[in-house]
Design a protein around this ligand. Structure first.
Ligand code: NAD
Length: 472
């Protein structure tokens, strides 16, 4: 009798363990669980004394003293752009390679600027951050170093601006949010595509309801990096992609559509699902360059996201296949449609647009693009005030046609005038976390993943995207 009971308990325990392993253990990572058929990442509570950074404005800084960490391809071009902004001083340059510091200093001298102090070595950024004559640390290292440098900068009282993606994991995203909230220092991701001329104009149109109700948006980073792989310092990018599945570079496509849809300013992403192709070209490159026999990042990754307002967003990543450059950028509304790549165009229902825009504006056709003449009038009519102010100079200074300069200009302008920044730490976290979330969904047969709320419930406290100092 006793033996029977023992056997029953043992069998039940084994069955229970088996069921547990089927339902949860296989797909539970260290920082997420499966709840009701959905992957749910841990969301740390806000520590006592820590406050939201929504709408946060720091004290004005009339002359912004900047230090650059990482002056490879991207960092060096940032130095070259920023000298064209009034009221900045470049105090320090940090890189693993002394020759890169020397090159940027030679540029500063050529521009009649004082040489900046150089810092080198893997931890040279620490000494730089500990200085008391720096306001902003501008970070353009490889992805793995973004968060360690940004955290150290904020802990030492500096604002942090970080190249894209700001962070490489959900946990790192929370670290940025928590450190920014605790130290009251800005942490902005340098998402330049938000400021591109077509995107910013469409954002303006979206906010004014020109597309009617937006139901779907698309964005992408489709850029064959065949000519670039060997340029990244120490092969950091191919090395990262070799180890990481998912959309590891989502922010250029995702950021601009989040801005158009007012994400965490009255709207929020609820969940996502992702699917990736096998790796073919990526694996070939890794075999060739690294001698690797595996490659985690699929050649093509697609992520679908949903908003609380019932909209869908599709984001794609492909840096391998022979294809023309494409960031998609599409907005589909109940009355109109915008498309950036591969052909810029708009569609509107007949009679929707006002003749104030152009005499032909009410005569649109909902099956095709509007005429180029009307398109040009439309883009002019809805040009964003930021572009009205700075477009000419931005196009002259350049940086992806000028959008990079618009971004730098806005960052410095807001710091100088003590205004909230256009992109806050929650944007940095939301746009960057797609990397790990899409990887986890793809690895689990496209299981839905609950999208973390980095604002901790405050996503509807702000009423739409606002770029301060311009639209007030
Ligand atoms: N927004 C854009 O359009 C755009 C375009 C290109 C690159 N990026 C981003 O810019 C960043 C840099 O890319 P890149 O193409 O310039 O790469 P890169 O390899 O040319 O440069 C990276 C630099 O970081 C330096 N570095 C690495 N670790 C460091 C440390 N501990 N301290 C100091 N310096 C360190 C390296 O020495 C190197 O010079 C990446 O995040 C990338 O995604 C953005």
């Amino acid at each position: 009798m006793r033996l029977n009971r023992f056997l029953t308990v043992a069998i039940l325990a084994v069955v229970g363990l088996f069921m547990l392993s089927c339902s949860g253990t296989k797909i539970s990572g260290e920082n997420y669980k499966v709840k009701n058929g959905m992957i749910v990442f841990d969301e740390p509570e806000r520590a006592p004394g820590q406050q939201t950074m929504l709408g946060y404005a720091a004290e004005p800084i009339p002359v912004v003293r900047i230090a650059f960490v990482g002056i490879g391809g991207r960092g060096a071009s940032a130095v070259e752009r920023i000298v064209h902004i009034e009221g900045v001083e470049i105090k320090a340059l940090c890189d693993l390679e002394q020759s890169r510091i020397d090159k940027s200093n030679a540029f500063l001298e050529k521009m009649g600027r004082p040489k900046a102090d150089g810092y080198t070595g893997p931890e040279g950024y620490k000494e730089l951050c500990e200085r008391d004559d720096i306001d902003l640390v501008y970070i353009a290292t490889d992805w793995v170093m973004h968060v360690p440098v940004a955290l150290y900068a904020m802990e030492n009282g500096k604002h942090a601006a970080i190249e894209v993606p700001a962070a490489i994991s959900v946990e790192e995203c929370w670290q940025l949010v928590d450190t920014s909230e605790r130290t009251r220092r800005h942490c902005m991701m340098l998402e330049n595509c938000v400021y591109d001329f077509f995107e910013l104009t469409c954002m303006n149109m979206a906010h004014q309801g020109v597309f009617g109700e937006i139901v779907h948006a698309e964005g992408a980073y489709i850029h064959n990096l065949v000519d670039n792989w060997r340029e990244y310092y120490n092969n950091w990018r191919l090395d990262f992609n070799q180890k990481h599945r998912g959309d590891v570079y989502a922010t250029h496509g995702f950021g601009p559509v989040c801005m158009a849809l007012n994400i965490h300013r009255g709207n929020k992403i609820t969940h996502l699902v992702a699917m990736d192709s096998k790796s073919v070209v990526g694996l070939e490159k890794a075999r060739d360059i690294m001698g690797a026999e595996t490659f985690a990042n699929g050649d093509h990754t697609t992520t679908l996201l949903h908003t609380i307002k019932g909209q869908t967003i599709e984001i794609q990543h492909n840096v391998y296949s022979p294809r023309p450059y494409n960031r998609l950028y599409q907005l589909t509304g109940s009355r109109g449609f915008a498309n950036k790549y591969p052909v810029e165009g708009f569609t509107f229902v007949k009679g929707w647009l006002s003749a104030d825009i152009h005499p032909s504006a009410p005569n649109t056709w909902e099956h095709g693009f509007i005429s180029k003449e009307l398109q040009s009038a439309l883009l002019d009519y809805y040009k964003h005030p930021i572009h009205k102010e700075i477009e000419e100079k931005a196009r002259k200074v350049g940086g992806h046609g000028g959008m990079d300069f618009v971004m730098d200009y806005r960052l410095i302008y807001c710091l100088q005038n003590g205004l909230p920044l256009d992109q806050d730490v929650y944007d940095a976290a939301e746009w960057s976390c797609v990397g790990e979330l899409s990887a986890v969904s793809a690895a689990n047969n496209s299981m839905p993943v609950l999208f973390p709320d980095f604002t901790r419930g405050d996503w509807d406290k702000l009423d739409g995207v606002k770029f301060y100092g311009i639209q007030e």
